[in-house]
Structures are given as structure tokens and as C-alpha cells.
Design a protein around this ligand. Sequence first.
Ligand SMILES: C[S@@+](CC[C@H](N)C(=O)[O-])C[C@H]1O[C@@H](n2cnc3c(N)ncnc32)[C@H](O)[C@@H]1O
Length: 223
Amino acid sequence: MVGTMRSAYWTARRTLGLTPMRRTLAELERRGVVVKDLVTLEAFGGTGDNHILDYAARVASLEIWEIDPACEPILRRKAPTAKILITDSIAQLHRTQSRYDFIIFDNPMADYNDHKYCEHFDLFPGVFEVAADEAVLALSVVTRPTPLSRRRAPHLFNEVHLRRRREFYGTSTPDDVGFDEMARTYHRLAEAAGFHVDWWFGLERSIAHFIVMKIRRSCAAVE
Ligand SMILES: C[S@@+](CC[C@H](N)C(=O)[O-])C[C@H]1O[C@@H](n2cnc3c(N)ncnc32)[C@H](O)[C@@H]1O
């Protein structure tokens, strides 16, 4: 019963364009991105609950990567035309020959895979190898603890997570990193890989938010 009510709530929000991904698509269209033409990669598919239904039928094509094989049948049901790979997304970035126009990293929020990876940090700079010359990246980010995150995700901001955030964002306050400060890091990484960030915007969700940026291949990578 609770599950049915939750599903009806999200269907209504989707229809009204209120879900974070529907709001993201609307903002992309407003900025001149033609969503229906986007060759799309979702690198942490999960069971598709967060947002796959919001955009799967709206983009040109969709490839979904996910490490947990139990998710595969659920993803196949939700996104029947998508190409689904059960794989380690960080390793897959270096194996694929494909290029994508829209890349979504709905990554776990702290460290994962036995502390091997953290957030989307290990997907840089590899993401630039799979990005089309002009592409949109949507990354799950956490800015700072909130009462909700302390209750629902107490593992966030543990020692490993804080260390990785300190190193990745180059900050002395890893438990408090705003969208502007994050954007400076992505700008720097993009420039080093021969890309330029044309524009970006942040979109608040609940515990994790989205930072969405349009990148464009500019010139040879900076040595
Ligand atoms: C935040 S959830 C993704 C939610 C999903 N986008 C949705 O709409 O339901 C993060 C997912 O990353 C997966 N994951 C963890 N490590 C991974 C890895 N190395 N490669 C690919 N997927 C991984 C987890 O199994 C989990 O399903």
C-alpha cells in the first residue's frame, strides 16, 4: 500500500514536471540543448527508481551501467530499449569506445566498493574520454550534512569520505562544499583534459543534489 502510494506520488510529480530530472531536462531545453537527440549514459543504474523513467523515453538512446546483477531484470522492465551492462563503471569508462552526449553519474554518496571509490571522483578524468565533443554531465553531489542526511545516511562524511573530498575539491572544509566551489574543481579538471565548461547549474534534490554542466572540447590538453 505504502509502495503504491509512493509510486503514484512520483508518477504525479513526473507528469507535472516536478521531479529533479524533469526539472533538469526543462532547464537543458531552456539553455538550447535538444534532449531528444542526446545519446545518453547512466553509469550507476541501480533499479532506476531515482529518475530513469523521467528521461528514458525522451532521449535518442540510453546505455545503463550497474555493478549489481540483481538490478538487471528491473532495469530491463523499466527501460526496455536501453542497452544494459553489468559492469564496474569506473573500469568500463576505459574499455568503451562509445561517446555520449549526456552522461549521468548518480553515484553512491560516500565511499563504496570496500573504500576503493568515492562519489564520482574516480570517474575523473576518464569521463572526458567518453564525452562527445559537446556533452552535458549530471553528477550527484553532496554539499554538507543536513538533519535529513544525518538521520538517513549517517555513513556520509566518515573519515575516508572527508579525506577524499579534501583531496578532490582541494578544500580545508570537506564537510561544507558549495556548488560554486565544486564548479571551480570541474572547470579545472575540464581545462586540463582539453575541455571547457560553457555553463553549469546546481539543482537541489534531497540528500544528494545534481550539478549539471555543459562541456565542449576546446583544444589540446594542458600539459
Ligand atoms: C545512488 S544508486 C543509483 C540509483 C539509480 N540511478 C536509480 O535511479 O535508482 C548507486 C548505484 O551504484 C551502484 N554501484 C556501486 N558501485 C558501482 C560500480 N563500481 N560500478 C557501477 N555501479 C556501481 C550500486 O549498486 C547502486 O545501484
